[in-house]
Design a protein around this ligand. Structure first.
Ligand code: HEC
Ligand code: HEC
Length: 208
């Protein structure tokens, strides 16, 4: 059922030949995110906190994360964060319309699409769009920072929950296992979690 809908959609998109199977091993994270320790030389705690957030912000504003945190309820796609094709609207629930839920195309895990430009179909058990109040598209890093700290706009998370979500949530983790044809978010989820923790421990200061 699911695969037949995907096949139909991809055929409509002009992608004529494909085969699908579950994706292979987890892609290794790239070591291009700085560690919290590397900010130790910044003496002023506020400046250190802002610098830590700016480093974590390299993950938050990466297309793997931004594409699910858009201003509208239409997801974004690809390295340039273009509007999702086919046109899909997540609605109030974030799960899509009853007749066309995200899960009609996005499965439990990534799978390869052979012979297509796309390379693979993203999948995760928790696949759904972030709520509108968590929109990061077109926002400054300072605005994203203030949104993250605000329980009224972050799903009621206190600092401990925010660290836990960043470090261990499996949908966040998809950003480092995005499937063939998509660049991974910088660093690793573990390192991202440590940066968020260090930012909070230094006062959770935001850039302007
Ligand atoms: C009719 C099939 C279909 C439905 C339904 C669908 N998608 Fe997609 N989606 C795709 C395809 C195909 C791709 C891969 C396209 C590509 O990478 O160029 C994709 C890619 C994406 C991406 C891009 C990932 C990235 O970083 O490049 C996001 C985000 C996304 N979908 C979110 C959603 C959400 C959220 C829903 C439900 C509200 C949804 N999609 C419903 C077919 C669908
Ligand atoms: C497939 C869509 C999707 C992708 C991809 C995604 N998110 Fe989210 N994100 C969500 C949803 C849905 C929520 C709300 C869930 C909740 O609050 O428990 C959320 C909430 C969050 C939150 C909670 C707090 C807040 O105020 O936003 C953080 C932090 C977060 N995401 C970080 C990330 C990071 C970092 C990445 C990339 C590595 C990422 N997300 C990629 C869908 C996504």
């Amino acid at each position: 059922m699911r695969n037949s809908i995907v096949l139909t959609v991809l055929a409509i998109s002009g992608l004529s030949f494909l085969a699908a199977w579950p994706s292979g091993a987890q892609q290794a994270g790239r070591p291009d995110l700085r560690t919290p320790e590397s900010f130790g030389s910044i003496g002023d705690p506020k400046a250190r906190s802002v610098a830590l957030f700016e480093e974590a912000g390299r993950v938050l504003t990466h297309p793997r994360c931004l594409n699910c945190h858009p201003v509208s309820d239409r997801p974004l796609q690809g390295e340039t964060s273009r509007p999702h094709e086919p046109p899909i609207f997540a609605g109030e629930t974030g799960l899509g319309s009853p007749s066309m839920p995200c899960t009609s195309c996005h499965g439990q895990s990534n799978f390869r699409l052979v012979g297509t430009r796309v390379g693979s179909m993203p999948g995760n058990p928790k696949w759904q769009l972030a709520p509108r109040e968590m929109a990061w598209e077109n926002q400054t890093l300072g605005a994203i920072c203030r949104q993250l700290k605000d329980p009224a706009r972050n799903g009621g998370k206190d600092f401990a929950a925010l660290i836990e979500h960043s470090a261990h949530d499996e949908l966040v983790g998809w950003g480092w296992n995005p499937g063939v044809g998509r660049a991974s978010a910088p660093g690793t989820q573990e390192l991202f979690g440590l940066l968020v923790k260090a930012w909070i421990e230094t006062g959770a200061e935001c850039p302007d």
